[in-house]
Write a protein that binds this ligand. Structure first.
Ligand code: NAD
Length: 504
């Protein structure tokens, strides 16, 4: 739909694929339960919560609501599994085959998983189809690792023998956000399993369905009971119980910086090892010698992707002052043509935000931008009156000190900021409490690498934005995180080393 048209009902907007029918049939099977010790069970309290379609505001299905009693059960199951020979004795080759089977089963159910992710989170179907492909790739990438995780033999004087073993962490507590739920689940489950851990995962309460279905599929591959446990529920109860649990050895969290801070504090109860993937306010820097068509396309797609609900979105667009007006006009014109609409329409580029609360929050930042003196050159309003759709929104003439340039908005809102020279671009780009991602656009190779080195950020792209690969780690400088995820760095994060010395 255009910015003025009404929202279509996503479930009926397009002819149903077989995968779409399978997803709807799965929803029809009734309330979703917790996965504990290889069985699907109700919460101890008997409570459930409702998950909603953010495009239609309609209730989708009831989901069992885990709290601390359920987290306790799941941790007991995970601990037991961690000590069973069926898991600890499983050869690295067998773990590789298991992960490859998961990748295959994801491929077989790719459309169904994409549809569930779209219904539950509002992300356009074209992007959730790409997520299914990405999830299978993540499992295949980590399937290659179990046979390559090894220690070292360390040089020492001849009377002694010293070697280092690399071992799993144990029971891992995994807590995810709602914006790309199935990819975040794969980012954590695949390396945790590859390294021989067991796990208790809490998906976000706003969009738990694709993770639950993925877990069902994982159970079909012969995963020993208790290795993968799933406990949907709220952050203040189930999430906090994971963070503070005395028998969880490691926590991996993706979400806001504020909650990340609380998790780090709670982890001190037993000195859990912690990795945190947090928020961002990423600089995207365009020099006048850039390939402007590519740079402008990426500048728009990065702040519109997933309706701006992406941690690494390039929401601060820095443009050299000699071209800032021209680039601003072209960015605005391109973004104005982006289609906001029903997530199942094949040409939709922006679906709804996840919730009314998130929509209100984003719109309040639009007010803050206006009040702060920035020029609203596009958008700024809700679209329609059903579903949480917001127009692509562009502010020009922003200064890096304004609220809209400092705080993570997590919606389709771009701030365009001018810079004088390379030094100024780097200084302003780094002038933020975050440091998750950044990009630089220039044809000057030396400048590209100089700027990439100077940016304080866990990921930097040169002449591209947001390209990902399981090999490429991500994580935050400053308050964007703690540790890294993906690539070899997840292997390090899900293992610990032991030095063994022997006197000969
Ligand atoms: P959030 O921090 O509110 O919630 C994330 C998860 O933490 C949810 O599962 C929630 O239930 C749980 N939680 C909430 N309070 C908790 C508590 N006290 N103890 C334990 N768990 C708790 O974040 P959100 O609004 O769901 O997600 C948006 C945020 O996530 C943004 O800041 C975004 O930048 C960030 N994010 C980061 C990455 C990354 O890789 N760095 C990726 C995606 C999203």
């Amino acid at each position: 739909m255009s910015s003025t048209a009404q929202t279509e009902k996503p479930v009926s907007a397009a002819p149903l694929t077989a995968g779409h029918q399978a997803a709807l049939a799965w929803l029809e099977t009734g309330p979703k339960r917790l996965l504990i010790d290889g069985r699907w069970v109700d919460a101890v309290s008997g409570k459930t919560f409702t998950t909603f379609d953010p495009a239609t505001e309609q209730a989708l299905v009831e989901v069992a609501e885990a709290d601390s009693a359920d987290v306790d059960r799941a941790v007991v199951a995970a601990r037991k599994a961690y000590e069973q020979p069926s898991w600890t004795g499983m050869s690295p080759h067998a773990r590789t085959r298991l992960l490859l089977k998961i990748a295959d089963v994801v491929d077989q159910h790719a459309e169904e998983l994409a549809v569930l992710e779209t219904i539950d989170s509002g992300a356009p179907i074209a992007s959730t189809r790409a997520r299914s492909v990405q999830v299978a790739e993540i499992f295949r990438y980590y399937a290659g690792w179990p046979t390559k995780i090894f220690g070292t033999t360390n040089p020492i004087d001849g009377a002694r023998f010293l070697y280092m073993l690399r071992e799993p962490m144990g029971v891992c507590g995994l807590i995810n956000a709602w914006n790309v739920p199935i990819v975040m689940a794969a980012n954590k489950i695949a390396p945790a399993v590859a390294c021989g851990n067991t796990l208790v995962l809490k998906p976000a309460e706003q969009a738990p369905l694709s993770t639950l279905r993925l877990a069902e599929l994982i159970e079909q591959t012969g995963m020993p009971p208790g290795v993968v446990n799933i406990v949907p529920g709220y952050g203040a109860t189930a999430g906090a119980a994971i963070a503070a649990h005395p028998d969880i050895d490691k926590v991996a969290f993706t979400g806001s910086t504020a909650v990340g801070r609380a998790i780090l504090q709670a982890s001190t109860v037993n000195m859990k090892k912690v990795t945190l993937e947090l928020g961002g306010k990423s600089p995207n820097i365009i020099f006048p010698d850039a390939d402007m068509d590519l740079a402008i396309n990426a500048a728009v797609s990065t702040f519109c992707r997933n309706s701006g609900q992406i941690c690494s979105a390039g929401t601060r667009l820095f443009v050299h002052e000699s071209v800032v007006d021209e680039v601003g006009e072209r960015v605005t014109a391109l973004a104005a043509g982006y289609k906001v609409g029903a997530p199942f329409a094949p040409d939709t580029q922006l679906g709804p935000l996840i919730s009314e609360r998130q929509m209100e929050r984003v719109l309040s930042y639009v007010d803050a931008g206006r009040e702060g003196g920035a020029k609203l050159s596009l958008g700024g309003s809700r679209v329609g009156n059903v579903g949480y759709f917001v127009q692509p929104t562009v502010f020009a003439g922003v200064s890096n000190g304004m609220k809209i340039a400092r705080e993570e908005i997590f919606g389709p809102v771009l701030s365009i900021i001018g810079f004088k020279d390379e030094n100024d671009a780097v200084l302003q780009g780094n002038d933020t409490e975050y440091g998750l991602a950044a990009a630089v656009w220039t044809r000057d190779v030396s400048r590209a690498h100089r700027v990439a080195r100077s940016l304080k950020s866990g990921r930097v792209w040169i002449n591209t934005y947001a390209e990902a690969d399981p090999v490429m780690s991500m994580g935050g400088y400053k308050q964007s995180g703690y540790g890294r995820e993906l690539g070899m760095e997840s292997i390090e994060a899900y293992t610990q080393t032991k030095s063994v010395m022997m006197r000969l």
